[in-house]
Structures are given as C-alpha cells and as structure tokens.
Design a protein around this ligand. Sequence first.
Ligand code: FVH
Length: 273
Amino acid sequence: MRQERISLLGLGSMGRALAGALIGAGHEVTVWNRTPGKAGELVARGAREVSSVEEAVQAGGLVVVCLLDDASVREALAPVVRGLTGRDLVNLTSGSVQQARELAGWLGGRGVRFLGGGIMAVPSTVGTEGAFILYSGARDLFDRVAPVLSPIGRPQWAGEDPGFAALYDMAALSGMYGMSAGADHAVTMLHAEGGDLETFKRAVLGPWMEQMLPIIVAGADPSATVPEEYNPGMQAVGLETILAASGEAGVPAELSGHLRASLWRMRRAVDAG
Ligand code: FVH
C-alpha cells in the first residue's frame, strides 16, 4: 500500500484508535488535539504531534477529522479554512445529515474536497475484520481515499450526497441503541427478580438475540403496517404483558420505552386492519 501523509485532528478514544491503525499501516501521521498530552503512545510509535490545527494542516496530505460533534469541527476548522483550499478532508465525526451537507457546502465553497464519514466500529474494533467506515461525497475522492484509509476499517460507499454517510450512521446507531436498550432492560428485570445474570446472558439472551437479529433486520419496515404473519394483535397483547411484568419487578418505566414504541406500532397495525 502507498504511504501517505495524513493529518488527524482529534485524539479522543476514537481518534487515538484511528491514528494507531494508520501508523501501523506505515502512513506518515501528524496528530493534533485541543488538549495536549494525549499523543504520547502515538509519538512513541512514530506520529508527529503538533500544537495547532494550522500546523496540522501545513503538514500537507489528507486531513482526517474525528472530534466530538459538528460544533467542535466547525470551531477547529474555522480559523484554518483558507489554508485548506485544494486539499482533501474526510470528516469522521458523528453528526446529522443536515450538518454533513452544510459542512460539505461550507468547505466546498472554499475549494476543499470533502467526504463525510461514519465509523461503524468502536475504538477496540478499529482495524479489525468487522470494522467498516461509511463515506459519502464525490466518488473520485472516495476512490482515491478509500485505499489510504482502509487500515481503519473496510471502506463502504454510501453515495454522492455528502449527508448519506451520516444518514446511514445515525440510522444504524439507532438500531444498535434499540438493541442495547432492550438488553439493558432485560437484565434489569432479571436482576430485580433475583435471576442469575451470567447464566441468563450466556444461555438465554445471547442465543435469543443472535437467532432473532437477521429476522429483525429483514422485517424492519418504515410503514405503519406490520405483515400479517407477525400477528400484530398477538404482539400487542405480548408487549402489554412484558410491560406489566416489568412494572411488577419495579423496573423504572424509562427503561421500557422501546417496548412502548413497539406497542404503538402494533396497535396502529391492528387499527389499520
Ligand atoms: N468511541 C466510540 O465508540 C464511537 C464509535 C462510533 C463513532 N464515534 C464518534 O467518533 C467521534 C469521536 O469520538 P471519541 O470516542 O473520540 O470521543 P471522545 O473520547 O469524547 O473525544 C472527543 C474529542 O473531541 C475533542 N473536542 C471536543 N470539543 C472540541 C472543540 N470544541 N474543539 C476541538 N476539539 C474538541 C476532544 O478534545 P479534548 O477534550 O481532548 O481537548 C477529543 O479529542 C464522535 O463524533 C463520536 O460520536 C465514536
């Protein structure tokens, strides 16, 4: 693989993991973080640490941004945006579709070639087989940048609309948080009734979620209707029973919001006939 110069802005947990994977692949990596002191291990592995965004931009090459949110990206880039004209920039910071489109417009208006991104990994899985990174924006830029950034995760194209990587990212995270809320609620019920958490996770929750995951993903549907074979009437009764069991166990109602969302859906499907 061709070695490239990359400037990475942001050394939070994710930024450090990204930098580590890029250094490991032999790239020449310059790192910057608002608060100094987070680059020690990376510098020991060959990264160059700079103390300003301006210096990071001046290092040349591809600019990769991984900060907390859209506001922090704007704040970091605003003072240096003129120096970015003609450069390639990939934003891997989570944000909304609209924010990504507006960022693309702002940077594009100043001659910066921009790709929006979405990281489908957590710091410990960056660079592993399952990790993949969504990109959207100009296809030719994606084709050029994808091999360079492949060490952090398999590059996956999400379309020309610069907001689409963010769209896929936000939607996929919603799916993940739904599962996570369900799992948290499940173990809270178990715990409240004195069940054995480890046995439940290993012998029941894990295998059950694994069995259902492909069915859940395949059956996900944006319409208010539910296919007949899902029997929404039966599911509505079942959801009411789980909610009652949760209440009996003393689990806070805030933890069962996902069940109420499903119940709302099933009742609408029953009403729609
Ligand atoms: N970590 C994860 O599991 C998820 C996985 C999916 C993708 N997300 C997104 O990645 C972005 C960065 O996440 P992170 O885990 O690195 O987050 P933190 O460890 O909290 O680090 C935040 C960095 O942002 C810097 N920062 C915050 N505000 C500003 C600002 N106004 N100007 C400049 N930099 C700023 C912060 O700097 P400092 O506090 O150390 O000075 C960190 O470098 C994020 O979008 C996730 O949603 C991660």
